[in-house]
Design a protein around this ligand. Sequence first.
Ligand code: HEC
Ligand code: HEC
Length: 83
Amino acid sequence: MAKKKNTGQRNFFRFMAVIGVVVIGGLIYSFLGAAPPLPKTANHSGPPAPGECLRCHVENIDQAPIMPHRPMGTCTTCHKPPA
Ligand code: HEC
Ligand code: HEC
């Protein structure tokens, strides 16, 4: 059967696919974990809605650090409020 000849090749590609999934998953996981949490300040209590976050962190109001990435949905998925 012609199928049997390709077993080694197919296993190679399976192996490469597993490596790919693990690497991409690891990158996503470490990116999510890299976000600094919200500081415990009056500015961040609530926490404020994403529109408010952007107002300060794009326009540099009160010396707020400029957001170093593009706006991504709900800020608090990654920037967790302090416990
Ligand atoms: C009224 C303005 C204002 C609003 C609204 C605001 N911030 Fe900030 N943010 C600041 C200022 C000022 C600082 C820097 C000084 C400080 O720590 O308070 C800061 C600091 C930060 C930091 C840096 C923390 C660190 O440890 O480096 C992050 C992250 C952050 N804000 C995210 C957010 C997110 C997400 C929101 C919305 C949920 C938000 N901010 C809303 C003014 C604001
Ligand atoms: C998918 C996760 C994710 C989301 C959603 C997200 N961020 Fe971030 N943010 C990060 C990561 C990771 C960093 C650290 C990047 C770095 O240090 O280069 C960061 C850094 C920041 C900083 C800089 C903090 C400092 O100390 O200089 C600000 C400000 C910030 N984000 C604001 C926001 C705001 C506002 C929103 C919502 C519009 C938001 N982020 C949504 C992941 C996220």
